[in-house]
Design a protein around this ligand. Structure first.
Ligand code: ZN
Length: 274
C-alpha cells in the first residue's frame, strides 16, 4: 500500500542510512517512490537426475518464483565457488531456499554458522524442502535432529491437505494431489511448530493409506523458517503449479519485516569531556 508511506515520512524517518522500509510484502526505496528489490537465493547441491531436473532443483524452484513482484531470484549451487554463498550474497539475501540430499556433509560448518546467524540475528528467512530436513542449516537453526520416522521411495500418491487456510503460506492454495513421491513418515523430530499449515495423506501402491505432515513453520530468533516435505528428485514436483504457489507464498512470508526506521540518534558529542 504505497499511499501509506509519503515521501516526507520516509525522508523524515532518516532512511538515508537505513536504505529501505517495508510494509507488508512491498519494499520502498529511500526516496519512498520506487519499490526496493528483495532477494531470494535458491540453493541446491547438484545431484538431481538430469532427466527430471536438467538444470538441477535450484533452477526449477527459481522458475516457479518468477511471479514474485519486486524480488530478485538467484540460484546457487554447492558446486559454485564458496559453495554458492559468498559473504556478499549471503548478506544481501532476504530468504534462502535449500534443497540437499546426498551431500549434506560437504557443506562447511563455517558457512552453516553464517547462515544460522543471518536467520537468528538478522531475520533472514530460511525455507528447507524435502531431504533438506537433514541439512546442516535446518538442523542447527531448529536445534533438533530433524529426522523422520521412515523413508520409502515407492512412488506413493500424495494428497496435500490445507490445514491452516488462514496462514499466508496457504493463501490461494486448495487441497491437491501429486501422483508420485517418496514418502517420509511421522513423527518428525522438530520443535513444536508455530503453525501446521499442510497435512498429507499417502496412498501406497498396495492401497494402504498413511498420514504425514507436509508443511510447518517456526520463528527462530528473528528469522522465519518453513519446512515443506514434498520434493523428491525422481518426480517433477517443483514444476507443479500448486507447489510453485506455496513457494511464492513462503518466500513472501519468510522475508524479514523491516519496521520503519526510527529517527537517527543524536550524534555523539566529540567534545564531551571524558
Ligand atoms: Zn527424496
Amino acid at each position: 500500500m504505497p499511499e501509506l508511506i509519503t515521501r516526507r515520512t520516509v525522508l523524515g524517518a532518516g532512511l538515508a542510512a537505513a536504505g529501505a522500509v517495508l510494509l507488508g510484502d512491498t519494499a520502498f526505496s529511500q526516496q519512498g517512490t520506487a519499490p526496493a528489490r528483495r532477494k531470494v537465493v535458491v540453493w541446491s547441491e547438484g545431484t538431481a537426475p538430469k532427466a527430471v531436473y536438467p538444470k538441477d532443483i535450484n533452477t526449477a524452484i527459481a522458475a516457479g518464483l518468477k511471479g514474485l513482484r519486486n524480488w530478485d531470484v538467484v540460484t546457487a549451487s554447492l558446486n559454485d565457488p564458496d559453495q554458492g554463498l559468498n559473504d556478499e550474497l549471503l548478506k544481501s539475501a532476504d530468504v534462502i531456499i535449500w534443497w540437499g540430499h546426498k551431500r549434506h556433509d560437504e557443506v562447511k560448518q563455517e558457512l552453516v554458522a553464517k547462515i544460522v546467524k543471518r536467520v537468528k540475528e538478522d531475520g533472514m528467512g530460511f525455507i528447507a524442502t524435502h531431504s533438506a530436513h537433514y541439512s546442516k542449516p535446518l538442523k542447527q537453526i531448529l536445534g533438533t535432529n530433524c529426522g523422520w520416522n521412515g523413508y520409502v521411495n515407492d512412488g506413493s500418491k500424495l494428497q496435500v491437505i490445507v490445514k491452516d487456510s488462514n496462514h499466508p503460506i496457504a493463501r490461494g492454495v486448495k487441497d491437491f494431489e501429486s501422483p508420485h513421491t517418496e514418502r517420509y513418515g511421522d513423527p518428525f523430530e522438530v520443535p513444536k511448530p508455530e503453525a501446521f499449515i499442510f497435512d498429507g495423506i499417502y496412498t501406497h501402491p498396495d492401497g494402504t493409506v498413511e498420514h504425514s505432515q507436509q508443511g510447518m513453520c517456526w520463528t527462530i530468533g528473528k528469522g522465519r523458517v518453513f519446512y515443506f516435505q514434498p520434493g523428491h528428485e525422481d518426480y517433477p514436483m517443483y514444476m507443479q503449479p500448486e507447489i510453485q504457489m506455496i513457494f511464492r507464498n513462503a518466500v513472501r512470508w519468510a522475508g524479514p519485516r523491516r519496521a520503519p526506521a526510527a529517527a537517527p540518534a543524536a550524534p555523539a558529542d566529540a567534545n564531551k569531556p571524558a
